[in-house]
Design a protein around this ligand. Structure first.
Ligand SMILES: Cc1cc2nc3c(=O)[nH]c(=O)nc-3n(C[C@H](O)[C@H](O)[C@H](O)COP(=O)(O)OP(=O)(O)OC[C@H]3O[C@@H](n4cnc5c(N)ncnc54)[C@H](O)[C@@H]3O)c2cc1C
Length: 565
């Protein structure tokens, strides 16, 4: 659905001819293919709708003008920055897509250990700039080519380093924010012209409205600038690397160590994670390469660390006795980087780790101790630049089971029964990569700062261009996976929350749909609260349905109907 000529001309006058397009060839590239892990709402046969136009604003003033025009012409908009997530794509016909790539400034304030960033400052660049001052930033599991601001304003943000740096919600300080009505708010100390160093003021603190716990997915206006808290980086000012494209080795990280820590049981596994957290031992903590799958991860690790190997070598590698040994060693494992803030600190951490491993019957996987693997893994976990690997099996994947942060011991105990269900599905036909059931990966810092947490997903790798593969994966999610989650309280199912955000055909839900969905749910008050916030901040409802609301009047009527029954 095209914009009216009047509206198009008005937008063009704001951003200039070069920064607006309604060309089909351009707009088509702003559609998202069948759901990926970034959405967690199931593999469906759809693409998100095509925007009526794409705009690339270059300043806060331009964003402000655009939002005012959207309110004037009642046009839905969606800001997105690095587009890893399907929640960044539009959900209505006639909607405009804001692509924030022109705004990418970074200022490091070493005194206050703060970075002031614009939307398109990606984590790789923010981190490289911060390292010059002995500082670093949290990089969420989505990787270093993602926008720090988008992750912080719009989504969760846990990753390997969150155990040390905290995750995005904890690092958010001040924000320059174009509200849904086009006014600009500046929050925290920046809001009282005192600098960008503290999120809660003096100056307004509105973290709960801007992002809440989970992120508002671009539903509450557009952030144009933000400050985030940085953490100490006990490494060199520049991260020297060697190697060839895709296989880089970090050099000179003498006070860092990488380990794959392995255990005989999941209870030992969680005991060790909790004790390491208690003693602040981890610089990064993640269960990572299990996303390849239990039976193939050791062979895959050989491939990704050796430029002479490729996918066709997998069968031969899997028959290699050395690889079989690593596969056995790494069944129940996680990956960690230990960093010494000084030489003595590193020595103490190494000793403490050995003592904890002994207590929980663990060991360091031998293959991972090789010097070249150490260097590869340090680059991998410090930079997090290999997210293409997530898609390597079939080109698409979706997370499921979502063993969550509520209770780590309980969640860890559920990995094997969940893996058995997944294995059964893998064996049922050629719908998913057959990788050995257990493909659970995720951060050990779901709550940030560690503290016995995990936020995991099992990978189901399917072919987004094969209808049967999509359908069967969907049936598996809706059937055995849902059953398992319902029976095992204490773990969080990751799909339905996202399914409630976008319809299976890629469009947004209506308010009526949301009323019907949420009125009878436990915790209805949360949806009624969000309804009130949206009415105040976004009265023309120009976002999409990721911000989930329920009309309080509808809840009252619903309750009255229930009472009569
Ligand atoms: C391979 C992969 C792995 C992942 N692993 C993790 C993980 O370990 N941990 C985790 O937390 N998440 C993970 N995710 C989810 C990921 O964090 C989100 O998809 C993330 O938000 C993507 O961010 P992005 O930087 O590409 O931003 P975008 O996709 O550009 O935007 C993210 C959200 O922020 C909004 N937004 C963007 N710019 C602005 C702005 N200027 N103002 C206001 N709102 C804005 C968008 O509308 C969107 O809803 C993963 C995703 C993928 C694809």
């Amino acid at each position: 659905m095209a914009l009216s000529r009047e509206a198009y001309k008005a937008f063009e006058a704001v951003v200039g001819k070069r920064n607006i397009s309604e060309d089909t060839a351009i707009c088509e590239t702003y559609r998202c293919a069948a759901a990926q892990s970034s959405a967690h709402y199931g593999p469906y046969n759809h693409r998100t709708p095509m925007p009526a136009a794409v705009l690339m604003p270059g300043s806060t003033e331009e964003v402000q003008e655009i939002i005012r025009l959207c309110n004037k012409y009642k046009i839905h908009y969606k800001a997105s920055t690095t587009f890893w997530s399907s929640h960044g794509f539009i959900g209505y016909d006639g909607c405009i897509q804001l692509d924030m790539r022109r705004m990418k400034k970074i200022i490091i304030d070493p005194k206050n250990k703060v970075a002031i960033i614009e939307p398109y400052a990606i984590a790789a660049t923010v981190q490289a700039e911060a390292m010059k001052y002995g500082l670093t930033c949290n990089i969420p599991g989505v990787g270093c080519s993602s926008s720090v601001l988008a992750n912080t304003a719009g989504w969760g943000g846990a990753g390997p380093s969150s155990v040390f740096t905290g995750n995005t919600v904890e690092n958010l300080l001040c924000v320059e924010w174009v509200l849904p009505n086009g006014e600009v708010a500046v929050t925290g100390t920046a809001g009282s012209n005192d600098g960008w160093f503290y999120g809660e003021g003096p100056g307004p603190s509105v973290r709960c409205i801007l992002r809440g716990a989970g992120g508002t997915c671009g539903e509450m206006g557009v952030c144009t600038r933000m400050s985030i808290k940085l953490s100490p980086w006990p490494g060199p000012k520049y991260l020297p690397t060697s190697g060839i494209s895709g296989i880089y080795y970090a050099e000179g990280l003498d006070n860092f160590r990488y380990y794959t820590l392995c255990f005989p049981t999941w209870d030992d596994w969680s005991g060790c994670v909790m004790k390491m957290n208690e003693h602040n031992l981890m610089y990064t903590g993640h269960r990572q390469f299990s996303f390849f799958g239990r039976d193939v991860k050791a062979a895959f690790l050989r491939i990704i660390t050796n430029p002479d190997l490729q996918l066709c070598d997998l069968p031969e590698l899997m028959a290699d006795p050395e690889v079989i040994k690593t596969t056995e060693s790494m069944k129940i494992e996680f990956h960690t980087v230990i960093a010494g803030l000084s030489k003595r600190d590193l020595e103490w951490k190494e000793e403490a780790l050995d003592a904890i491993l002994k207590e929980f019957h663990g060991w360091k996987d031998e293959w991972s101790l090789r010097p070249e693997i150490q260097k590869y893994m340090l680059t991998y976990f410090i930079r997090l630049g290999h997210k293409n690997l997530n898609y390597v099996h079939c080109g698409a994947y979706e997370g499921h089971f979502g063993l969550h942060r509520n209770n780590q011991i309980l969640s860890a105990r559920l990995v094997e029964p969940a893996a058995a269900i997944k294995r059964e599905f893998e064996e049922s036909g050629p719908w998913n990569a057959k990788v050995g059931g257990d493909s659970a990966m995720g951060s050990l810092g779901g709550l940030g700062g560690g503290g016995g947490t995990m936020g995991w997903e099992f990978f189901a790798s399917y072919d987004a261009h094969d209808k049967k593969s999509v359908e069967k994966t969907c049936e598996y999610f809706k059937g055995p996976v849902q059953d398992f989650m319902t029976k095992n309280c204490g773990v969080t199912e990751m799909g339905s929350g996202q399914e409630n955000s976008r319809r299976p055909d890629g469009y947004c839900w209506t308010q009526e749909d949301h009323n019907r969905k949420f009125a009878g749910m436990p915790g209805t008050n949360m949806f009624a609260y969000q309804w009130q916030v949206r009415e105040k901040f976004n009265p023309n409802h120009l976002g999409s349905s990721y911000y989930q609301t329920c009309d309080p009047e509808y809840i009252k009527e619903f309750k009255a109907r229930q009472a009569k029954k």
